[in-house]
Design a protein around this ligand. Sequence first.
Ligand code: ADP
Ligand code: ASP
Ligand code: MG
Length: 414
Amino acid sequence: MKFGGTSVADAERIKRAARRIVSAREQGHRVVAVLSARGKTTDELIASAEEVSTNPDPREMDMLLSTGERISCALCAMAINDLGHRAISLTGSQAGIVTDTSHTKARILDVRADRIHQALDEDLIVLVAGFQGVSTARDVTTLGRGGSDTTAVALAAALDAEVCDIYTDVAGVYSADPRIVPDARKLPVVSFEEMLEMSASGAGVLQLRSVEYARNHGVRIHCRSSFTEAPGTLVVGEEETMERPLITAVTHSRDEARLTLLGVPDHPGVSGRIFTALAEANINVDMIIQDEPDDDGAEAHMSFTVPRTDLRQARAALDPVVAEVGIRAIGEDPEMGKVSVVGAGMKSHPGVAAKVFSTLGDQGINIEMISTSPIKISCVVAADAVDRAVRALHEAFDLGADQIEVEHPFGAPA
Ligand code: ADP
Ligand code: ASP
Ligand code: MG
């Protein structure tokens, strides 16, 4: 069971999570629960680092950020003990989550769950601080924003759990972020393939790595509300999903930045040099566009997007390359967003891209960059056009709750 930040935000909610955990235990399950930091704690910790340093050291950042989740676990353990059950809270390190050494976005390499097994054998409820681990160099690491989802899935895999219940502040995975599209539809089932594309294109409801991990290890995710008992969304293998509509969801991100390299020399190896520098700095480049110099000798440009939070690091990584390969200048557009449509059904249907482009065109929204996969079409647009773009696409593809017949994988309602 994993509880997100909103679900443990105050004392009442911690107690509610504690009751839910205890109730699962009383139904005869052995329970391991992963908790996130309370409410906006992680944001506040980041802000406090920025108050004392313009460029906080990543190792120290992880020492700081990992505290939020520890607070939640200790408090929840106290609440569970008061309910007459015995609970033990563990840090990521104590829980055996071993990661690589890339601070602030570490990857889980191994889960050594013997301490958890031992606690479960002693009939304890185990609470694990999400979003963190210990590196192969024995430093505390964190797993990137939203990383508690990945902690939960990795533990579910290591413990061979029946299911990984992810309790959050919405009732499941929707056809669009319900905060932007109030009539978005809750999806009863989503395939790993679609959820990967959704998370990768901004649906923060499940961290991308948690979905990758679940697919690779065959973990069933049940994403659901921490405030109701109603079933949420099952994220499962393709074979378990039924016939899909053409488009499943519209996703978005407002957190993109674009870098444009002006006057890129037209030589083999230049792109390799540029993107190796970015890869070595552990920066995820998303869309890339390069134009060839024309016969008039106009210079070539290359544009690509990175997460806005990585913009400063990306510039730092590129500085030596600019001088080395002779790039004239770098331009920055820090306020970019991205809107995507995702659906396994589009594989075999032409015309989806045309509809996306004309819908955005009708809204007067300029498309700055485009990328596609077999089941996704993404457009980079100005960050302030994102909400309008999401609503228009959701409407154009008839994804609203009132527009599609709801499926009932859990049986028809009584
Ligand atoms: P938690 O703190 O529980 O991990 P998050 O804030 O990380 O919660 O994720 C839940 C949020 O994800 C929702 O409140 C919602 O605004 C957002 N979200 C974005 N896209 C979607 C989507 N397609 N379906 C459901 N929620 C979405
Ligand atoms: N607390 C971390 C964050 O806000 C991790 C998580 O909640 O999953 O990103
Ligand atoms: Mg989250």
